[in-house]
Design a protein around this ligand. Structure first.
Ligand code: GLU
Length: 324
């Protein structure tokens, strides 16, 4: 197409877009239709009359105190460790769509991210090879049951250590300290949790984030979904005004949409632990040994820099606390 014809084509396209133009005399109003975007599968609004979950009395001492490591590598023995060694691979539950923590690298097809790297380091120490890991996809609300049913050896999925959860599952020492905050569209006027009164907020089910937002901002309307990636979709579709969860997860969502931003102060501290079936004390001690190694040999700092630098300067790794 020569320059003149190209110019004419542009003009025709532009003219077609003008209301009342001779090329298209019909008024546009009655032909423009907007389709309501569907909600993600299994999205469900929290009914306004549903009772707010009570603030759980955190009376279990320090829930982040775990079991002291007792050697790592091939010297460590125990029923859970022996079963994993006999199987020859470590089965790890995580979310396969959580940007920065556990998501599929589009080029390699491998599950990568902060949580995936921690899981591979455990496999490295236990089985001598970081790739002897089988990842099983879990939503937030499936984490505890997967541990109770022993369908996974451990859960590495942004899981906050709480007294309530410790009744049903065991945890490693803290391997990341996150803070619950708010994600909103830029220039939305939302600057934190106080601005969510009368607004719609998306939260994943089975999370500390859901309980916290309902307790601290009961005037918000809450939509629950299975995964945090679902929350980004409903925010982009303007079906909610904000998402609230841990800053580390929100950073991963914000990185996927430059029109969003993390706002406001910390709503609560969220210490992450590796979830382990209750009673698998040998595995708890072993994982704590690996976490100690990662803190000491610089691996923790390296993987934090690799994945979570958008949270600011890499801090010192969280110091372990032990109950024994
Ligand atoms: N840290 C929060 C929790 O454990 C939210 C993280 C998540 O849903 O993965 O419930």
């Amino acid at each position: 197409m020569n320059a003149r014809r190209a110019g004419l084509a542009v003009l025709l396209v532009a003219a077609a877009a003008l209301p009342g133009c001779a090329i298209d005399p019909e008024p546009h109003e009655d032909r423009v239709s907007y389709t309501e975007a569907p909600l993600p599968a299994k999205a469900s609004p929290v009914p306004s009359d549903s009772p707010v979950p009570p603030r759980v009395d955190q009376k279990c001492g320090d829930p982040t105190a775990s079991l002291r490591p007792n050697g790592s590598g091939s010297a460590a023995r125990g029923p859970a460790l022996d079963a994993i060694r006999a199987r020859g691979r470590l089965i790890v539950g995580l979310d396969t769509g959580s940007n920065l923590f556990s998501f599929r690298d589009p080029l390699s097809g491998r599950i990568t991210g902060f949580d995936a790297d921690i899981a591979r380091e455990i496999a490295r120490d236990l089985l001598g090879n970081p790739d002897l890991v089988e990842f099983r996809s879990l939503s937030s609300e499936e984490r505890e049951q997967a541990l109770i049913n022993h369908t996974v050896d451990l859960v590495a999925k942004t899981m906050t250590i709480t007294c309530e959860r410790r009744k049903r599952v065991a945890f490693s020492t803290v391997y990341l300290l996150a803070q619950q905050r708010v994600l909103a569209m830029k220039n939305s006027g939302i600057g934190g949790i106080a601005d969510l009164a009368g607004k719609r907020v998306c939260v994943a089910r089975g999370t500390t984030s859901l309980d916290r937002i309902r307790q601290d901002q009961p005037a918000a309307t809450v939509l629950t979904v299975p995964t945090w990636a679902d929350c980004l979709v409903v925010l982009q579709q303007r079906q909610v005004d904000a998402v609230s969860t841990d800053d580390a997860i929100l950073a991963g969502l914000a990185a996927q949409d430059p029109y969003t931003e993390v706002v406001g102060e910390s709503i609560s501290a969220e210490p992450y632990g590796i979830g382990i079936p209750l009673g698998d004390d040998d595995l708890v001690r072993f994982v704590n040994g690996t976490l100690d190694r990662l803190r000491a040999d610089g691996t923790w700092t390296r993987i934090h820099r690799r994945w979570l630098s958008s949270l600011g300067e890499t801090p010192a790794p969280p110091a372990p606390r032990y109950q024994d």
